[in-house]
Ligand binder design. Sequence first.
Ligand code: MLT
Ligand code: ZN
Length: 468
Amino acid sequence: MNVASLLCDELGKNQVLTKDHPYLAPYSRDESGLGDFHPDCVALCESAEQVSIVLRLAQEHNIPVTPRGAGTGMTGGCLPVYGGIVLSTERMNKIIDIDTKNSIAIVQPGTIVSTIQDAVEEQGLFYPPDPASLKTCSIGGNIASNAGGPRAFKYGVTREYVLGLHMGLMGGELLRCGKQTTKGVTGYDLTAGFVGSEGTFGVVTEATIKLLPLPQSTALLLALFQNETSCSNAIDQLLHQGFHPRAIELMDRNTLMHMTSSDIDLSSHWAVLIELDGEPNTLETITIHIGELLEKNNAIDVIVARDERDRRRLWSIRRACSKSLRNAHQYKISEDICVPRGSIGELFKRIDSIPTPSDLSIATFGHAGDGNLHVNILADSEEATKHIEPFVHALFEHTIALKGTLSGEHGIGLSKKQYMPLEQTPQVIAWQKKWKHMWDPNNLLNPGKIFPDDNGKTFPIASRRCPE
Ligand code: MLT
Ligand code: ZN
C-alpha cells in the first residue's frame, strides 16, 4: 500500500509531496539541528476537512502522522522520526476574523505570528506572545508548543490567549472546544490541555485567540554591567521597587562577544534589556527612575531608546543572539531551562561549576524576568561534541535541584525526552501517557516525542548539529 497515492486520490496531487519530490527535503528537518528524518510523503492540507482525511487514512492504514507548522521549533517536535506522513498546515494561513468589539481573532493554524500581530495592531489591539521566530513561526506551532518569548514576563505565554480550538483528531473526527468569551468555566478545559501537547493529541485547524488593547507607548533601556552579580542585583531591585516591565532580557559576556555587528561596544560586558509599556507621560517618568536605579546598581552604561529606530537597534542585539552564536560555531545546542527567578544568580554559579573541557564554550542569554535562560553549548569539532551530553545532564540536574524545569518555552520534543525522568516521577509520566492514549490509542500521532522510549532508544546529543 502506497501512502502517497492514497493521499493523492483523496486530496489531489497538488497537495501531496511524494518521497522523490524536490521540495520534500525541508520537511525532514527543523531548527533543532537533530538531523534529517525523511517522511514518506507530505500532505499540504488546505482545510479542516483535509486534515480529517489525512488523520482518517493514517488510522485506517496504521501510518504515523507528524503535524508540522512552520518548522521553526528547536526540539525536533515536528520531525517524522518514524517516517509516514508529515501533515503540514502551512497553507491554512488566513486570518478569518478580527472582532474588535469583543477583542478576539479567529485564525487558521498556518498564519505567521507577526502577521497576526501586525493585523490586530492596525485595529488598536495587541497579541503579546513574541517568540524570537515570530516573523517565521506559525500560530499552530506556537499553540502546539505553548510558545513564550520576552513579553511573557508581563503578559504570559500562548496558553493564556487561546480561548477556543478546532482540532482534527486521530481517526478523522473534528472537535470544536473552548469558547469565545474571556471568562468561561463550563466543564473541563480541553482547550488548555491541547495547548502545549506538542502535536501529540490532535491537529489545530482553527484557533480563537484573545487580544488586549494595544499599549499606548513603549520604552526601552539597555544597561551594561561588569558581571552577573550586578545584573541580578539590579533586576532584583527593579522588581522589589514594584516596577513591572514587559520584558527583562539578559545577555552574558560570552554571548555579547559574538555580537560583532553592533555599533555599541558590548564586548567584556553583561547586558540587561528592559522594555516597558503604558501611558507615554507615566512611562517617561518611570524610565528616568529605572535609569537612575540601574546606575545606582553599578550599571556601567545605560542606553535609552529615543525613537523607533533606536528601539529596533537595541532589540536587534537581543534578537541576533541565537543567530550570531550559530554562525560562529559548527555545533550549537540551545537549552531553555527555567528556574525560579530568584535563583538565577545561583544557577550561573552552578553553570560555572560544571566541568567544561576547553573545546566547549558556554553562552547564556534569555528571559531573566521569568528565570527562563537559553544556555548554549558551543563546539567546533566532532570530537568536542562528546562532551556536550555530560554538560547538559549536569545542567539539567542543577536546574531541577533549584526547583526549575527542563523547558520554559521550547518544549520537550525529541531532544529532551530522555531527561523527563530527571524532573517528573514515573507516576506523573504514566498519567500523561494515559492522557495521550485517550486521544491516540495506537500512538500514531507524532510518535516518539516527549516521553522516553520504553526500549531505551535515544537520539544522541552528538547528532544535534545545527543546520547549515
Ligand atoms: C530566544 O529567546 O531567542 C529563542 O527562544 C531562541 C533561542 O533559544 O535561541
Ligand atoms: Zn526564548
